[in-house]
Ligand binder design. Sequence first.
Ligand SMILES: [Zn+2]
Length: 286
Amino acid sequence: MNFKDFFNKFLLREDSIENIEMKGDWNTPQQYGWSKVDTGILKSARGLERIKTKWKLDQPVDVYLVKGKDVRKFFELGEVSYEFITNKMGLDILPNSDHITVIYTQNTGEEKIPATPWTLAHRLGHALARKDGIGGKNDLYENIRNSVNRLFNEVSKNVYGVDIKDDYLGYTNPEKYKRNRKIKKELGHSLGTFKSARDRNLREDFEFVNEIIAQYIITGKIKLNRELPKILPTSYAWGKASGLYKRNLSESQKEDMKYYIENSESELEYAVDDALNNAIGSIFVM
Ligand SMILES: [Zn+2]
């Protein structure tokens, strides 16, 4: 990163949420998909301000938190059109075509965690993956996923001696597919430096992708662990972990792996940045 990039990223731009607004029925006792904790966070004096200052991405974003009986039916759709939010959802939101527009209609995601700045960033990750409620439509999100899969496979193969490339195994070899996903999830726990990785609490292997997107949005970078555990625990019996054992690597192999992981960080940062750049002018419903 040169000085100009550094200046823009960390000194000039304090945050990049341009506008954060609560819309709809926030004063009714009905929850409509937002927990009491969510409402508490969002309605507290500094709630919105906190989210605003915690998001450190370069791209300008407008965030809308909408609560309502009818609007909650529209969730986890990903990218949608202006006609959709206006005619189908009945919202009076005028998106800025120079910004990313994110509309949260509830917070009942699989993880059931409160609407913190991190959770909302994680859910933007999910939103980037989808179009009109269908997954895997965004090529740039797929790029991030592919980079993660390459990283997982390189580490698994070189450090633990197991090849987990499994493009179509789900159909042809479901047992091996299941095993590979378990290995990926543990690799996510070992490589990730965010809370859910430290707590070994990723819901599924692919959540690693949304967590690094959140890490990038909140910290402006992606940080991976260089040190990998002696045993990659893929099962537990009576409290004892068993799984894949680290191979004996030569000093130069260790150096190569460190270098590979370091490179992956930049590769992932570029990929996430690309996906966010491409999201400018788009509207997302989560
Ligand atoms: Zn998730």
